[in-house]
Structures are given as C-alpha cells and as structure tokens.
Design a protein around this ligand. Structure first.
Ligand code: GSH
Length: 326
C-alpha cells in the first residue's frame, strides 16, 4: 500500500466521515475517462470540475505541477488531477492534523483508488467492494502494470492523435465545435471554445503534431497494437477473456478507457462525457474505427464497458467556478 493511501486510511479510522474527492478534468479526454472509471468502479463519490482544452490552463493554474510530468503529452497543467481532502475529523487531536493529497497522473490515481477502496485481500468475495485492480498477487501485479504502461504510451497518445485528426481537421464544424457543448464544461468555457475554435484547433494540432502523415502513422501503430492485444486475449485460458488472469484488472480498464474512443464508444456505452458518435465521423475515419472495433481487442473494450464501467456513486456531481459559469 502506498504511503499516501496508508495516511488517508489512518485518518479515516478516526473520523465519522471519510474524504472529499475532487477530480479536475478535460471532460472528453480518455486519460480523464480512465480516472473517472476508477472512481466509479469503486463507487467513490466525487465532484468533477470539467474543462475544455486551452481553457484548462486557467482552470488548472492553481493546481499546476512544478515541472512537466514525464511521459507522452502533458504540460504542467495536465489532467486528470485528483485532490483527496480528509474531512470532518471531530476529535480535535492536533497531532492528527490531516493532509490534502493530490495526484496528476491517471495511473497513480488508479493505484491510489485500488489501494484505498478495494475489497481486502482476505475477504473471499464477502466484501461488497470491487476487487483490487492490481491483483493481490505480486507476479500478476507486475504484468498488469507493464500492460498499463504500454497502453498509456502506445494506445493513449495515438488514439488522441487519430481522434483529434478526425474531429479538428476533418469535421471541425460539425464535430469539433460540438466538443464544447453537451455539458462538457461550464457555459463560459463553452462560449470561449466556440468563439476561438479555429485558433484553438490550429494550436492543438500544432502542439500535438496532428497532420495527415502523423495520423496515418498513429493509425498503423494502433492496428498493430490491437492485433497484438487480440493475440494475447485469444491465447488466454478458457473462460471469460481478460488480459491478466481471469478477472478485470487495471490493464483491461486502461485498454478500454484509452482505446474506447477509437472503437466508437460514447456516452451510451457509459463514457463519462459527450464524445461524437461513430456515424458523425467522416466515412474514412469511421471505416478505421469499425476495423478496430471488429478485432478481439475492440470487442473486449466494448465488453469491459458493458460489464465493468459502472455509474457514478450517489453524492457525486459536477462543480463549477466563477459564479457557476466556468
Ligand atoms: N500520463 C498522463 C497523461 C495525461 C494527459 O496526456 N492528459 C492530457 C489530456 S488527454 C492533458 O491534460 N493535456 C493538457 C496539458 O497537459 O496541458 C496520465 O496518464 O494521466
């Protein structure tokens, strides 16, 4: 168990109430979907403050990292960002002053949630909590984390590039502008996104090197990755196919959340923000998504959404700042 998780649990033992969790996101982003899925999987109530790209720099200014996080993509304003704030400790013991802890990486958030909220290792299925997403077995944990790392670097950035290419460059009017609507952020952000959309779309493509050549390369990488994952799933033991062992783990969750947009997953499947439906994408883009969707890996993603995506815990909701407009 991580040091942070131990700290929070110890504080919780002494208080009636537990902790207040706040997730700051770029609503439609798949790395943010990964963190949201973790929270929903463990039925942890949380408040989500949603942003749109570029506007997120204003939202995240107060929460920015000291240095740029390692790994692909991500500036000091990176999302998802989780704040865990212990609340309501009534026992006036100054020695047990509580600390707020923060995470600004989806893998760290998932590991923290699993440490903190999973059913205990010895519960033998008697606990109502969801199981440990990293397994209680060290060898399996290593495999899960290796796959998670691979998907974070080989699926996440390439799905982002291919999807942004489709919506910002190929269907900017019909889809790109819509990303700011459908409750993906507060009214003021929505208005700014719509007004400055051509400039924002140009800047995003520039910063993330999104163009025909890079999108085509990302499509090839995704095809290869999906073929590889399909082989892993097909070669597993009989029974329900999961990536490690015979249960849903952080490896499946990471693949499904980061790969979901590439196979046309949307809000109806449980995605936690508005994203365009597959039939809103131009025919060439849709054909690629359908190809991935038809693979064993693509079908596994849909199955994970169906069986494990879960809903927000009661007490969850959305937060807005600046008079409810941001
Ligand atoms: N490795 C990070 C990557 C997160 C990431 O790339 N976040 C993007 C959204 S898809 C973001 O917030 N970009 C805006 C920025 O970094 O300023 C994670 O797993 O959390």
């Amino acid at each position: 168990m991580s040091v942070e998780a131990t700290k929070v649990q110890e504080q919780d033992k002494h208080s009636q109430q537990t902790t207040a969790l706040t997730l700051r996101t770029i609503a439609f982003s798949h790395y943010n979907e990964k963190a949201r899925w973790g929270l929903d999987y463990y039925k942890v109530p949380y408040i989500e403050y949603r942003s749109l790209p570029m506007c997120h720099m204003i939202s995240m200014f107060k929460y920015k990292a000291k240095t740029r996080p390692p790994g692909p993509g991500g500036s000091v304003f990176v999302t998802p960002h989780l704040t865990v704030e212990p609340i309501n400790n009534n026992n006036n013991n100054k020695d047990e002053e509580k600390e707020t802890i923060t995470f600004n990486d989806s893998a760290k958030i998932l590991e923290f949630l699993s440490d903190q909220y999973a059913a205990p290792a010895n519960s033998n299925g008697k606990s109502s909590a969801s199981p440990n997403l990293y397994s209680n077995d060290e060898a399996s944990k290593t495999k899960i984390q290796a796959l998670e790392e691979r998907f974070n670097t080989m699926i996440g950035p390439h799905v982002r590039r291919v999807i942004y290419y489709e919506i910002l460059l190929q269907s900017p009017r019909s889809v790109g502008r819509s990303l700011g609507k459908h409750d993906n952020a507060g009214k003021l952000q929505s208005w700014i996104w719509s007004l400055f959309f051509p400039i924002f779309a140009w800047m995003l493509c520039k910063v993330m090197h999104i163009n025909e050549t890079s999108a085509s390369r990302s499509r090839d990488i995704l095809k290869r990755e999906f073929e590889h994952i399909s082989r892993v799933l097909e070669s597993g033991p009989p029974g329900p196919a999961y990536l490690v062992g015979n249960q849903f783990t952080a490896a499946d969750l990471t693949l499904a959340s980061l790969g979901g947009l590439a196979v046309g997953v949307n809000e109806k499947d449980g995605y936690g923000a508005w994203v365009p439906k597959m039939d809103e994408v131009r025919p060439e883009g849709r054909k690629f998504m359908e190809e991935l969707r038809a693979t064993t890996a693509g079908q596994h993603i849909l199955e994970c959404y169906k069986l494990h995506r879960g809903h927000k815990a009661p007490g969850s909701g959305y937060g807005f700042s600046f008079f409810g407009l941001w």
